[in-house]
Design a protein around this ligand. Structure first.
Ligand code: GLC
Length: 444
């Protein structure tokens, strides 16, 4: 009798726990849905560092320039040709669904009209106005999601224990440091209440522990201001919603459910007149496709000039993205990570219902493309954005073997896209793959 009682209570409690985690997961999934589907975002590093064209904040931290000389750039930051609506239109036409702009980088210069700090572009530069506000409005008008980059460390703030500038250290004066953290909370309250961003892109957490930043409390507070705000991984203490690999393109699929690769077009985040090492549109599109294949997003960076104009090379890249994403929309936004390596020698994705396999070809195949280990029947194959129907044939299938035959798809020369050609393969059901090592007749 007693045993029954224990068993029933145990079952009851575990079902409560399962329902609770399930509910948490599904609200988490709901919150992350737009991000998961967005695939492409544009990162904007805009700040006084564009005046001399030097590394954002790091140039004084690393002593490539003195702090005072770095700050002299304030005088040259005019924003005189700033056209936030045009920025938003250009971003939208690239196929991106969200943008993330540096509200404040490690140098501490706020791009909005912060009341908590004197160091703002409104007070200290000839731009003399809030630069975040009109951009947030423009993004909203274009139906794009609004992201704000915010550096939790601030190498200008008197209460921040910057290694190369102030003598005091957190350990010797934690109270003073907490004054600084309060300041972060104040600035973030301003940002949340004024702009209600959809996403916060934190940075700079590496200089302190999560407890010192009060990351948990901060996250709770941000969610109080906006329960559906998405937070990247760099808030400290593993509290973020998604991972942010940087510059290095992942080779195998990252483990996290949600992730975003942030990437520069040349070798700099901000505008640097001397850096013309741009990746070509084709190279960048291929990186984008790699992200799609591994189920992640690409956050592609631009660095506007001090007057607010966007360098021609960046405009050209965004326009090239626009051409390709517009033509291939069906194979971008409604997809999930593709099938494992080994079946096709190209990146792939799957439609949400897992019944369409998309294959991305950045090369011309000789004679025919081969798909291995596909158990499904193929109902139809076509070239995305072009419509041409393609034939296929199955070769090498043995009646006694479980190993599927090789499916050959002939691709005529005239259907290729100049950057990446996408082949859609409609299956007779959810994708079903043979993942074993082959078979001999005796084992049948
Ligand atoms: C790094 C750098 C920073 C840059 C960021 C973008 O964290 O510190 O300068 O803004 O990457 O991902």
């Amino acid at each position: 009798m007693k045993n029954w009682y224990i068993l029933i209570s145990w079952l009851f409690i575990s079902s409560l726990i399962i329902t609770k985690t399930w509910a948490q997961n599904s609200t988490e999934d709901q919150k992350m849905q737009w991000f998961k589907d967005a695939k492409l975002g544009i990162f904007i590093h805009w700040g006084i560092y564009s005046v001399n064209g030097i590394d954002e904040s790091w140039s004084f931290f690393n002593d490539y320039i003195s702090y005072d000389d770095y700050m002299k750039q304030l005088d040259g930051f005019t924003a005189s040709n700033y056209a936030p609506e045009k920025w938003a239109q250009l971003i939208k036409s690239s196929g991106a669904k969200y943008a993330v702009i540096t509200a404040k980088h490690h140098d501490g210069v706020a791009l909005w009209n912060s009341q908590a700090s004197d160091l703002t572009v409104v007070n200290k530069t000839p731009a003399n106005k809030d630069l975040i506000a009109p951009f947030m409005d423009a993004l909203e008008k274009e139906g794009l999601k609004k992201g704000l980059y915010y550096s939790v460390l601030d190498w200008s703030h008197p209460d921040y224990d910057r290694k190369t500038r102030t003598k005091y250290r957190y350990k010797n004066d934690p109270e003073r440091f907490q004054k600084f953290v309060d300041f972060n909370f104040k600035q973030l309250e301003e940002l949340s209440s004024t702009f209600n961003p959809d996403l916060y892109w934190f940075d700079g957490d590496w200089e302190h522990k999560a407890e010192e930043w009060r990351s948990k409390e901060l996250k709770a507070q941000l969610l109080k201001w906006n329960p559906s705000v998405i937070i990247n991984s760099r808030i400290g203490g593993n509290l973020g919603d998604y991972d942010t690999p940087e510059q290095g393109v992942p080779v195998t699929k990252p483990d996290s459910k949600y992730w975003e690769l942030c990437l520069t077009m040349n070798n700099s985040w901000g505008y640097q007149h001397n850096d013309d090492n741009y990746k070509s549109p084709n190279e960048l599109l291929r990186i984008f496709v790699d992200c799609l294949h591994m189920g992640g997003n690409l956050l592609l960076d631009i660095g506007p000039k001090p007057d607010g104009s966007i360098p021609d090379e960046a405009v050209n890249i965004l326009e090239s993205f626009g051409r390709w994403t517009d033509k291939h929309a069906a194979a971008i936004y409604d997809t999930q990570a593709g099938i494992p390596e080994g079946h096709v020698y190209a990146p792939t994705t799957l439609s949400k219902d897992r019944k369409t396999l998309y294959i991305y070809l950045d090369y011309k195949v000789n004679e025919s493309l081969v798909i291995k280990g596909l158990k499904n029947k193929i109902n139809r194959i076509w070239v995305v954005g072009n419509g041409t129907k393609l034939d296929h044939r199955e070769v090498g299938k043995q009646y006694w073997s479980k190993v599927p035959g090789l499916k050959y798809v002939d691709i005529p020369d005239n259907v290729y896209d100049k950057d990446i050609t996408v082949i859609a393969v409609l299956l007779d059901g959810e994708v079903d793959l043979y993942r074993e090592k082959g078979q001999v007749i005796e084992s049948n």
